[in-house]
Design a protein around this ligand. Structure first.
Ligand code: ATP
Ligand code: MG
Length: 351
């Protein structure tokens, strides 16, 4: 197949990990006879420096024509003044809006070798293989806000349509997995959560083969630590998802390992590691590229429909996690390049 992939290296370690992801995608194209066209564009601090705009017009144009987007990371101390009128993160928000993505997908899987680095008790790391789906466009972050000297308000609002589309994504994904959806809300106190729960129950009727359970967000926060292996697909609204996915990211053992996708819109999906720009290790080939490589696998599966290719990449990463010298964050001494090479080699042996 032919696909046009926009690469946004961004800031800090972004360019180093993005090029690892591209190397793997190039190898997939070669092995399976696909034609992937890659074009690099500016975003974030890099784009502010070069164009005075965190999402310049030429990047926007490329995004609208893309089949999928691979992103490194944006931000860093150089642009971190919270009072600045132009900030790198505005590029991310503008991109999400432009592409209409509404579901942020974050898998959490614990590999036996890296499970030792997880803060979870050893016996609780077994069989952890779950995916969070966080609604990205609604809720309290986007509601009306007021503030006076004496009080402040943040409005939380959800439409049935916004809830339903993200829930359908969760149920569809569960069908390709263990067929269980956990819908997280705070229906004992919030009206938006009561609506969320009602819509979830109604959507579930269209998926009789998938089990639906409702869980309150406070209890979810605890169960993520006490019985994470019991979950398959966890779907929730924007703010709850923001908090729970940060909690989950710590459980993986290193920020460098976890991929993510922002999908669902009419435009391209965006695939990126969950970590930030890590300015403390930028430019030293210390960055763990596996989160980005696993994001590239998600890109293959979700945006290009290449499930077999994605599985080959994931299997290569599994092999590397088992046998290879890893980067420093995972207790090894390998460079970004060496780990990327190891994935490419494991891949060659497989395909
Ligand atoms: P954000 O930029 O989203 O605010 P942050 O500043 O909280 O994120 P990161 O930039 O991700 O966090 O870095 C947090 C810590 O994790 C740093 O010490 C960084 O070096 C480390 N880290 C992040 N990503 C990686 C990676 N891919 N490989 C190795 N270490 C990483
Ligand atoms: Mg950072």
């Amino acid at each position: 197949m032919k696909a046009s992939i926009v690469v946004l290296p961004g800031d800090g370690i972004g360019p180093e990990v993005a090029s690892a992801g591209v190397a793997v995608l190039r190898q997939v194209a070669q092995r399976f006879g696909h034609e992937f066209a890659f074009t690099e564009h500016a975003i974030g601090g890099d784009a502010i420096d070069r164009f005075g705009d965190p999402l310049p017009p030429e990047t926007r144009e490329a995004l609208l024509a893309a089949d999928a987007v691979l992103l490194g990371a944006v931000g860093g101390p150089k642009w971190s003044d919270p009072n600045a009128s132009i900030r790198p993160e505005q590029g991310l928000l503008a991109m999400r809006k432009l592409l209409g993505v509404f579901a942020n997908v974050r898998p959490l899987k614990l590999h036996p070798r890296t499970a030792a680095l997880s803060p979870l008790k050893a016996e609780r790391t077994k069989g952890v293989d779950l995916v969070f789906i966080r609604e990205l466009t609604g809720g309290i972050y986007f509601g009306a806000k007021t503030r006076s000297d004496t009080d402040a308000t943040d409005e939380c609002r959800y439409s049935v349509e916004e809830i339903e589309r993200v829930l359908r994504h969760a149920f569809d994904l569960a069908r390709s997995r263990r067929r269980k959806v956990t819908s997280v809300d705070k229906a004992n106190v919030l009206e938006t959560s009561r609506l969320w729960r009602a819509v979830a129950t109604r959507v579930a009727a269209d998926y009789p083969d998938v089990e639906l359970e409702h869980q309150l967000v406070d209890s979810m926060a605890m169960h993520l630590l006490t019985r994470p292996a019991d979950y398959d697909v966890i779907v929730t609204e924007n703010m709850f998802g923001d908090i729970l996915t940060d909690e989950a990211s710590v459980l993986a053992g290193s920020l460098g390992l976890s991929p993510s996708a922002s999908i669902g819109g009419p435009g391209a999906g965006v695939y990126e590691p969950i970590h930030g720009s890590a300015p403390d290790i930028a430019g030293q080939s210390l960055a763990n590229p596996l989160g980005t490589i696993l994001s590239a696998a998600m890109l293959l599966r979700h945006s290009l429909g290449l499930a077999q290719e994605a599985a080959v990449v994931e299997a290569a990463v599994d092999q590397v996690l088992e046998h290879a010298n890893l980067t420093r964050d995972l207790g090894g001494s390998a460079t970004t390049h060496a780990v990327t090479r190891a994935v490419l080699d494991a891949f060659t042996a497989k395909a």
